[in-house]
Design a protein around this ligand. Structure first.
Ligand code: BGC
Length: 803
């Protein structure tokens, strides 16, 4: 039967069943119609296949799969081909396990370095993210497994993630927060898109027709299915109307009841439901058409994971060319990360690796023949300073030629479900580095962290190799880089501020549960630091190599119709080692009446060069590379005039630059000029500039959301924490706490699994309890709870006892 025939054969109840999950991970199967249940699973840095009742949040186990470097890591390779290869490998493992769709990639643009989930996202730059995500999606879909690009959209904080409303002005939304989604959807057509938990400009993403229909489908031409983030559906009927196709996970009958009722009352039409049913069927049929692969080459996938880790590590400092190390030097390996690597983040992306290399294990096995000692340096269970371990480390380090300290953020510091509160390393790691550096002048720090950190100790050490979260092969990659078997070529995909306060977005980050004003508009990451002329610890695009590259001969020429700008230059390896360079191209327009970033990344190429070798690199820039989003015409627009083109090795080291005159197809369009109305956006380099709420409101130009004004004290979007002011609420929380202790197996309140699950529980809106508990807490219990805390006790009792 084709899909139209199937649609005709479905009863109304079957249709309603199809738009909601059957359990945590499956769609509803209808065997009598030969409609199978398909399985979706996390990702995105490997396959996280749990059983049907799985808990999602990384608490329960999952099938072993290759754990690739997290997106924050692999982004530093600036290499779409590697992303493609990773997508393909994950797809092969998914096929083997009968998984139809992998829930990734995560492409949210990093707004604040504190977002707990930044390790799952690529970059602070939408161009870079868009290129990498597009390649990943093409890779996984090439083997017949669907991608699910997430979290659509402006999902930039974990605090109150299921309730928060991101207030983003239209231009920033298009240029910063939607641009990577747009590119990936247009160019890679992911099978599915995951609308996010949060609201965007007053509406839940899952029930936002502008996002799900006007932009995603009508403008970008998306033809796949939308799948809600887990437990994100607020009102199932509004969601279907807006263009959400599949609610996940199962709502255990609650949504079905509502949809049935709304179909009867006419609040939802049969056509609206059919639209979603059809897309779910298309997704199921697409998956069904794929052949299961019998055997993945897990060895090859491990080698790929290691290779990606080695291409992604960023050499941040190399004083006196302390790196690469020579095997003749004795080393003292310091820090338990050498034994228990920090190689991935906590939460739904947690992978159970097929194997896990460790630096100590590899040294023991003779992978690098070197005279080494080992000192633990710090405890893993907590982040407090351990004087005994530090003294042992100093003593051992003093006897070696070089001390290599493995340090970074412990899992408590970054996770799904909660945000970081500062940028510092744990006190135990900071103290260890400073003290070992007093014992031995030759210190190299190998950092593991999924997001920017401050480095108060930077002046005291000679080398810093940042490996981010390197996946299961990360340890081998570190050794390859430390010993020069591979020349570091990673470049930071995000800026490292000197201090948290330097980041403009931090002025309004997760401070209010109802909404977050994105007052900084387009000034995110380097776009802000450059406009504000602020020094940074390390700029976007930065990364050292064991060799050096010279940039020569910039040539700009225009070709064709529609006209494109060709930018050519020559890059020469002037050092004595082979190496790779990421050649970066930025575009700026300094004389615009519109406020703009000083420069924006609009192209990059990664090239490998032998010593002395040179290569011509060419970029072809189309209209989009020069366009801003014009809110007046509701479209992209190229402002005619002079543009600055710069090429180089980081956003702050651009040895080649030139200017070019660009024409506009729409030269009659007026470029918005806010110089008189909101001058603050033009003067970010003035330390006294503040973007006031009035400034932002002028730009935002929409109503601010109203706080809940319903008749009852508590409602469906009250959280369990809100209910804590009532006796019953406290009892429920106490019960939940006991249950979570057991379920997570956490030893103390510092365990990241504990922090994540407890925070998620406190911040969970009542409406999500049924799906998020996997149906263990029934709807009548939640409804009764709500009635009780609102003072309708008889009604509550009736619900608990009779319904
Ligand atoms: C996360 C998603 C994830 C889903 C399923 C949600 O809590 O936000 O990224 O794919 O759970 O585990």
């Amino acid at each position: 039967m084709n899909i139209d025939q199937l649609m005709d054969s479905l009863t109304r109840d079957e249709k309603i069943a199809l738009v909601s999950g059957a359990d945590q991970w499956h769609t509803k199967g209808l065997p009598h119609l030969n409609i199978p249940a398909i399985m979706v699973a996390d990702g995105p840095h490997g396959l996280r296949k749990q059983d049907a009742q799985g808990d999602r949040l990384g608490i329960g186990d999952s099938k072993a799969a290759t754990c690739f470097p997290a997106a924050a890591t692999s982004a530093n390779a600036w290499d779409p081909d590697l992303q493609y290869a990773m997508g393909q490998a994950i797809g092969e493992e998914a096929l083997q396990e009968g998984v139809a769709v992998v829930l990734g990639p995560g492409v949210n643009n990093k707004r604040s370095p504190l977002c707990g989930r930044n390790f799952e996202y690529f970059s602070e730059d939408p161009w870079l993210t868009g290129e990498l995500a597009t390649a990943w999606i093409k890779g996984i879909q090439a083997v017949g497994v669907g991608a699910c690009i997430k979290h659509f959209a402006a999902n930039n904080q974990e605090r109150w993630r299921m309730l928060n409303d991101s207030l983003v002005d239209e231009r920033a939304l298009r240029e910063i927060y939607l641009a990577a989604f747009e590119k990936a959807v247009r160019e890679a057509q992911p099978w599915t898109v995951m609308p996010a938990y949060n609201k965007l400009n007053g509406m839940y993403c899952c029930e936002n027709p502008e996002l799900l229909d006007s932009i995603l489908r009508k403008e970008w031409g998306f033809t796949g299915a939308t799948i809600s983030d887990w437990g994100a559906v607020n009102d199932p009927t509004l969601s279907i109307k807006a263009g959400l196709d599949l609610e996940m996970p199962a709502s255990w009958g609650t949504s079905a009841a509502q949809v049935r009722q709304d179909l009867s009352s006419g609040r939802l039409t049969e056509e609206e439901l059919d639209r979603s049913v059809k897309r779910v069927l298309e997704l199921v049929m697409r998956s069904k058409a794929q052949k299961q692969k019998s055997n993945c080459d897990l060895e090859a996938h491990h080698a790929l994971a290691r290779r990606i880790a080695s291409e992604s590590a960023v050499l941040l400092k190399n004083e006196d060319n302390i790196l690469p190390l020579a095997q003749t030097q004795s080393i003292c390996v310091v820090g338990q990360f050498a034994e228990h690597p920090r190689y991935q983040g906590t939460g739904s992306s947690l992978i159970h690796p097929t194997r896990l290399d460790t630096v100590l294990g590899l040294l023991e096995s003779g992978e690098v023949e070197v005279d080494y000692t080992y000192a633990k340096g710090y405890e893993l269970e907590h982040d407090g300073i351990n004087e005994v371990l530090i003294s042992e480390a100093c003593e051992a380090a003093a006897k070696a030629d070089v001390a290599v300290i493995f340090a970074g953020l412990t899992p408590r510091f970054e996770s799904e479900g909660y945000d970081r509160t500062h940028l510092d390393l744990p006190p135990s790691h900071q103290e260890l580095i400073s003290r070992v550096a007093q014992a031995n002048p030759n210190v190299v720090v190998v950092l593991s962290a999924g997001a920017p950190v401050t480095m108060s100790w930077l002046d005291k050490v000679k080398g810093v190799l940042h490996t981010y979260l390197g996946g299961q092969g990360g340890a081998g990659a570190s050794l390859d880089l430390l010993y020069g078997k591979i020349n570091p070529s990673g470049k930071l995909a995000e800026s490292y501020p000197l201090k948290l306060d330097d980041c403009l977005a931090m002025e309004h980050f997760a401070e209010d549960r109802n909404y977050t004003e994105y007052r900084e508009s387009i000034f995110v990451g380097y776009r802000y630091y450059d406009a504000a002329e602020k020094d940074v610890l390390f700029p976007f695009g930065f990364g050292l190599s064991y060799t050096e590259f010279a940039y020569e001969d910039l040539v700009l020429s225009k070709h064709g119709e529609p006209e494109t700008l060709h930018v050519q230059c020559t890059v020469r390896n002037i050092g004595s080692r082979a190496g790779a360079e990421v050649v970066q191209l930025y575009v700026g327009k300094s004389d615009s009446v519109l406020f703009r970033a000083v420069r924006e990344l609009k192209g990059f190429h990664k090239i490998h060069l032998e010593p002395g070798e040179s290569r011509k690199v060419e970029f072809v820039l189309g209209g989009r590379a020069f366009a801003y989003y014009n809110v007046e015409i509701g479209d992209w627009h190229v402002e005619p005039g002079e543009y600055q083109i710069s090429v180089g090795t980081s956003s702050r080291n651009l040895p080649l630059s030139g200017t070019v005159q660009i024409e506009s197809r729409l030269s009659e369009v007026k470029v918005p000029d806010y110089r008189a109305s909101i001058p603050a956006y033009y003067h970010l380099n003035d330390a006294n500039t503040r973007i006031s709420q009035a400034d932002f409101q002028t730009l935002y130009n929409r109503e601010y959301p109203q706080a809940y004004q319903g008749p009852e004290r508590f409602h469906n979007n009250s959280t369990l924490q809100d209910l804590g002011v009532t006796l019953l609420g406290r009892l429920v929380l106490a019960f939940a706490k006991r249950y979570l202790w057991k379920m997570t197996g956490a030893k103390d309140e510092n365990d990241p699994l504990w922090i994540m699950s407890w925070t998620s529980t406190l911040e969970m809106p009542l409406r999500s309890i049924v799906p998020m508990s996997g149906g263990a807490i029934p709807a009548r219990f939640v409804r009764g709870l709500l009635s009780w805390v609102n003072g309708h006790r008889l009604k509550a009792l009736r619900m608990w006892i009779f319904s």
